[in-house]
Design a protein around this ligand. Structure first.
Ligand code: GCU
Length: 674
């Protein structure tokens, strides 16, 4: 097993296809992406099963695989029954007496069809007389890199940048191609390559000095159907010059951006657009000029419009100069306060990118009301694959487990009971048009630091493609592709470990939706008061009697921002889901919860259990010693050891903190350090 190959591991043995592996290819299509689909088929068949392919010039009557796009296959009169149409980027895979067909709606569809076919083969899910059609439910399936020109990655836990080094665009082209394959094989179609905090030389990526480098990079991704996007600095007209203002309503500023867009698109005609973090955590933005975020976004969108570019504008905007004594300021409200009044005010090539929770990728956060409340604004949901708050690729934390819950959140949109996954499948102005997520990849040889964190990258692509996929299905799929199907027990054990990892992490982390009990700045490991009195926000308000943030109308009023049905549930502590209890309510430690135990005892219990569960995951991994490649086995084992250390640290700091506050011991007599 080569960790580097991720879910494209070499497979032993022949997969089940009547008449053997289809090595003769009949082509029915053309174009850069299509040709790459065929090249990928040949390369992967050879690499995974040692089978050499041959291309046929015409139909010879021999058994073959037809790879094509629908219209071209139809025009060849090949005697296949074909569907009248397929949704964009979709495909049909069919095997039968008439041979094997991989038919894309378009070039991308053909590429995705090839990858799906190979995955089905590798995971033993392909059989004779098989037929499947599939297509992505959302148009935008985006990866955001937080890579800086220096090579450093903000919140990166897998080594340095794949794209940049020492202030330059510098990379290993073969590795980028392998990366493009990984992304495309899960359906990713856009990648923003530089950090949303645009620092250093990256501020100049939109200039003639750097654009040829960006263009060369985009040429590697293009055959994989992945378009590039650039993060830009709102103050670029001043930073790059020569203007003295970046005021979005100043004509000179608009003209400056129009000219920049012209130059950028002359180098990279298919650039997906610009991504902007404005008025957030020190980044410049329209507020500096007394303008709205619609003013800022629309001005930039107008510059991109002639080239078909989109402007993606992040909603991660909040006041980061707070005072803990003020109980009315609530960071959770901020995005709604800024963006809800602007619903309908954005141009048609603007998409708002909204973090799934109201704060910041915390372990337990309710889904933000903004996603469902906006009605006339195009939007994307933002996830974080890099594990900033979820264990930093030291602790195992299988994120699709949580993403599935987000997808199943009932947005109670217009009180019709839409779930986020249905909004995401809907598209258009009524829904969420796609997904963006912060990458977890870097130059480490296994791409993601923790080998099992590859499952998060894979899982993100799969959810963005099909929002109603279950985390368990993703875990099983990934485990089979990565660990093979010859010893089914191995993949089965790995997928079970993955599925238990998020709940275990939740248990030893901050309790019941309390956020940010982490070490300031690094965000790894516990520090209960670390952020509590800082200007970045106040998160738990624990004293000797009670803990939690009152976000009902008596408090910050955040809960009332939800549609009425959700607002009622979140506002009532007896109805509020347990995992968000302290996110919405300030409660005494002695409050009895549904299980008959006090709030405090629940906190103690979950922290003891969290450590036990982390230990159990490690034991289950140890049982795979003989079945898994030695290097992978050892590296994952090392991570588990560190994870257990971290889990114990969390357990002890949290339990001791509350023991000291309340003077109440664990009812079950377990050790809590005084
Ligand atoms: C978090 C993270 C920052 C990042 C920010 C963002 O606050 O800690 O490093 O810049 O999110 O999403 O922009």
């Amino acid at each position: 097993m080569r960790e580097y190959d991720c879910w494209f591991q070499k497979q032993d043995g022949e997969p089940c296809v009547k008449g053997g592996l289809p090595e003769r290819i009949l082509l029915a299509g053309g174009g850069e992406i299509f040709n790459n689909a065929v090249a990928e088929y040949s390369e992967l068949l050879l690499r995974k099963w040692g089978v050499k392919t041959v291309k046929l010039n015409g139909f010879t009557g021999e058994r073959c695989v037809v790879i094509g796009v629908l219209d071209e296959i139809r025009s060849k009169n090949l005697n296949f029954s074909l569907p009248a149409s397929l949704p964009p980027e979709g495909f049909l895979i069919r095997s039968g007496d008439d041979g094997l067909l991989i038919c894309g709606a378009d070039e991308r569809g053909a590429l995705y069809g090839v990858y799906r076919f190979l995955a089905l083969l590798a995971s033993g899910a392909f059989s004779e007389n098989f037929e499947t059609t599939d297509s992505p439910r959302s148009k935008y399936r985006i990866i955001n890199h937080w890579d800086e020109a220096s090579g450093f990655i903000e919140r990166g836990y897998a080594g340095r940048s794949l794209f940049f080094k020492d202030g330059e665009i510098k990379y290993d082209a073969a590795r980028i191609k392998d990366y493009a394959r990984l992304l495309a094989s899960t359906g990713i179609n856009i990648i923003s390559i530089n950090n949303v905090n645009v620092r250093g030389e990256a501020k100049r990526f939109i200039t003639e000095e750097y654009l040829p480098g960006v263009a060369a990079l985009s040429a590697i991704f293009r055959p994989f159907g992945v378009r590039l996007m650039l993060s830009i600095n709102f103050a670029a007209p001043c930073v790059i010059g020569p203007l003295a203002t970046a005021d979005p309503l100043d004509e000179k500023v608009a003209a400056w951006w129009a000219e920049r867009a012209r130059v950028v698109y002359s180098c990279i005609p298919d650039l997906a657009g610009f991504l902007v973090k404005a008025d957030s955590e020190g980044e410049p933005g329209p507020f500096q000029y007394g303008r709205t975020h619609a003013d800022g976004a629309n001005m930039l969108a107008a510059a991109l419009k002639p080239y078909g570019g989109e402007l993606i504008w992040r909603c991660f905007v909040y006041n980061n100069s707070q005072d803990w004594r003020n109980w009315k300021i609530d960071r959770a409200r901020a995005a709604c306060d800024v963006f809800l009044p602007l619903d309908g005010a954005f141009s048609d090539n603007v998409l708002l990118q909204i973090k799934y929770g109201p704060l910041d990728f915390q372990v337990l956060e309710p889904v933000t009301p903004l996603l469902g409340a906006l009605k006339k604004t195009r939007r994307l949901i933002e996830f974080q694959i890099t594990q900033e708050y979820t264990g930093q690729q030291i602790d195992l934390c299988f994120l699709p487990y949580m993403w599935e819950k987000v997808m199943n959140f009932d947005a109670a949109y217009a009180e019709t009971g839409f779930k986020i996954k249905e909004l995401a499948a809907n598209g258009g102005f009524e829904g969420i048009e796609g997904f963006a997520a912060v990458a977890n990849t870097g130059l480490d040889k296994n791409w993601t630091g923790h080998t099992l964190a590859q499952a998060n990258l894979y899982g993100y692509g799969r959810i963005a493609w099909k929002p109603d996929l279950k985390a368990l299905d993703i875990a099983e799929e990934w485990s089979r592709l990565t660990f093979g199907v010859k010893q089914p027990k191995t993949a089965e054990t790995v997928s079970q470990i993955l599925m238990r990892s998020y709940p275990a992490y939740e248990k030893y982390n901050a309790p019941f939706g309390i956020c940010f009990m982490v070490t300031p700045s690094t965000h790894y490991g516990p520090n209960i008061e670390g952020y509590e009195y800082s200007k970045w926000g106040t998160y738990h308000r624990a004293d000797l009697h009670a803990i939690g943030v009152d976000r009902t109308v008596r408090g910050s009023g955040y809960a009332a921002l939800y549609a009425p049905k959700n607002a009622a549930v979140f506002s009532d502590p007896s109805l509020c889901p347990k995992e968000f209890l302290l996110f919405f309510h300030r409660l005494p430690y002695g409050r009895l919860l549904a299980n008959g135990e006090t709030l405090l005892q629940n906190i103690y219990d979950s922290h003891f259990e969290g450590v036990e569960e982390a230990q159990k995951m490690m034991e289950d991994w140890e049982a795979l010693k003989e079945a898994v490649d030695g290097c992978v086995y050892e590296s994952v084992l090392e991570k588990f050891k560190l994870q257990i250390k971290n889990a114990r640290e969390w357990r002890d700091q949290i339990n001791t903190y509350f023991f000291r506050k309340t003077g109440i011991s664990d009812a079950k007599g377990r050790l809590i350090y005084p």
